[in-house]
Design a protein around this ligand. Structure first.
Ligand SMILES: [Zn+2]
Length: 50
């Protein structure tokens, strides 16, 4: 009775898989999502996965 809900809403709130990256230009560490990750600090795409 009370377990009926919108499953779509919950799935949307789920964490996307984030990965940690380090910028090779400014040594900034950050989390990125997706294939094209750029450094939030210097906008460089010269990053590596940590
Ligand atoms: Zn950077």
């Amino acid at each position: 009775m009370c377990t009926v809900g919108g499953p779509m809403a919950d799935i949307k709130m789920k964490k996307l898989k984030t990965k940690k990256y380090r910028c090779l230009d400014c040594d900034n560490e950050f989390k990125g999502i997706g294939r094209r990750v750029v450094c939030p600090s210097c906008q460089s795409d010269n990053v590596e996965e940590v």
